[in-house]
Design a binder for this molecule. Structure first.
Ligand code: F0G
Length: 470
């Protein structure tokens, strides 16, 4: 098909470069444009679709538990990601999450009580936001007749893929992980769910490169967020945020940035809702990198790289990646989920930052762990990467970029139990564990540690210790 030729379907894939815009059928499995190499979007001919006239239609679903619009917090919004018929979608019960008003954490961030909300994605079946995207990618994979699906992962994508495969029995999961780079909570999921787990010597960036090669060579369906269907599912995180706020748009969405799938999906969600007239304004987006994995921060904030309406400075990202390779710089952070130097969705994220008048910040491992302890003390807790959002919100508040009265939503991307080592190392007074897990990464203080009280096995002393501490 020639460049720019129209695929006359209500849903199709399209190159994100406005200069190219080449369209592809939904049934074509490819992860970048054949003409210009850019990423692809799932796009819709909204004029030919039944688009809700108001977002409140999503409040009215009721019916059988078999209806995917009831079973799934993703497919509840089917008409906003209508690339597959409703009776063909796959769900394992993802997306039943809650937005929590977190006033004690608001104080830590420097916001007025009541203005900080935590979108807790740990409630997903595999314990992270990935299930939103996986429901969509898996649906596409199943429609394509895929028998094997693969991903590279820092742990959550692999847990999610493995869960979808084991629950539905429709595909075999093949996951690529860097050796020693994945927390035990996540590794245990992949192993328990029966995924073929390929541990390669290297980190996530190495694993990502390899899985793309292998998927191409063996014709295996790839479910990393470079797959545009993944991002369709992840749009629904924002739909649920809006729904929880009674469809009022907050001032800020703050999200950790790793492979940059979430931030890209959120930008697309808001761009589409705005274009459809379903929201009247777009919130600002803050993407938070870990300091040891800060490509987006470096390129966006330090070097000023912009999407520039689809004409970013050519070659800058490749040049930066080449320089990282040449100098042997690897990503390193306690927030292993976002220990990524070469995010596959970089350009889509730049576009999202333009859509949402966005900012990017980096936070240290110390800031991440202190924020994580505050989140835990104020609610359901989260894994380290998720707390980058709260640490980033605090930083932006300190700078005055976020105002004291702004309404801020931080996305807590993963469950506390994903990485118990980081949590226990923070709270323990066991020096060996502190040194091995935290001090080795430059974390010096455990400002909000809740130490276990050590008592002899003696009733009087146990009673005494409790009376003293509580
Ligand atoms: N938070 C958690 C808990 C994650 O697992 C990830 C990504 C991110 C944040 C970053 O999200 O990639 O959309 O910017 N984890 C991937 C994985 C890379 O393999 O599980 P992103």
């Amino acid at each position: 098909m020639a460049c720019g030729e129209i695929v006359r379907d209500i849903a199709f894939q399209r190159c994100i470069s406005p200069d190219c815009g080449r369209q592809y059928d939904l049934a074509q499995i490819q992860l970048q444009c054949e003409d210009c190499g850019q990423l692809l979007d799932v796009a819709y001919d909204w004029d030919r679709l039944e688009v809700p006239r108001s977002l409140s239609v999503f409040d009215g679903h009721n019916g059988s538990l078999q209806d995917p619009r009831i079973r799934s917090g993703v497919w509840r919004f089917h008409s906003l990601l209508p690339f597959a018929p409703l009776d063909h979608v796959v769900t394992i019960g993802e997306g039943h999450t809650l937005l929590q008003q977190a006033s004690s954490v608001a104080g830590y961030v420097g916001l007025e009580a009541g203005e900080l909300y935590l979108q807790y994605e740990g409630m997903n079946p595999s314990g992270s936001f990935k299930d939103n995207g996986m429901a969509a990618a898996f649906t596409h994979a199943a429609r394509m007749g895929a028998k094997r699906a693969a991903c590279a992962s820092t742990g959550n994508t692999s847990a999610s893929l493995a869960a979808f495969c084991s629950v539905t029995r429709q595909m075999k999961a093949i996951i690529f992980i860097g050796s020693g780079k994945i927390s035990f909570g996540k590794l245990s999921q992949a192993l328990d769910y029966g995924a073929l787990t390929v541990q390669i010597k290297g980190d996530f960036d190495d694993a990502m490169r390899r899985v793309r090669e292998v998927a191409g060579k063996l014709g295996i369906y790839l479910v990393n967020s470079v797959n545009p269907f993944r991002l369709e599912g992840q749009k629904t995180v924002m739909f649920r945020v809006l729904q929880s706020l009674n469809w009022e748009v907050p001032d800020w969405i703050v999200v950790p940035g790793g492979n940059l799938g979430n931030s890209s999906a959120f930008g697309k969600a808001f761009a589409e809702l705005f274009a459809l007239g379903l929201i009247q304004r777009i919130p600002r987006l803050a993407v938070i990198n870990a300091q040891g994995a800060n490509t987006l921060y470096q390129l966006y904030e330090q070097q000023g790289l912009r999407w520039n309406r689809g004409a970013p400075q050519p070659g800058e990202v490749d040049g930066y990646y080449n320089q990282l390779e040449a100098t042997g710089q690897r990503a390193t952070t306690i927030a292993s989920a976002i220990e990524i130097n070469q995010p596959v969705n970089f350009y889509k994220c730049l576009r999202a930052l333009e859509t949402c008048d966005g900012v990017v910040r980096e936070v240290s491992d110390q800031e991440i762990l202190d924020a994580k302890a505050q989140v835990g003390a104020g609610g359901l807790g989260c894994e380290p990467a998720s707390a980058a959002s709260v640490a980033g919100a605090k930083k932006l508040r300190g700078e005055g970029v976020i105002g004291a009265g702004d309404r801020v939503v931080c996305v807590l991307t993963g469950h506390l139990l994903k990485d118990p080592d980081a949590t226990v190392a923070y709270h323990t007074d066991n020096k060996e564990m502190f040194e091995r897990v935290l001090a080795s990464r430059g974390v010096e203080h455990t400002n909000f540690a809740n130490r276990a009280v050590v008592v002899p096995n003696d009733l009087d002393q146990i009673v005494g210790a409790i009376e003293k501490h509580a």
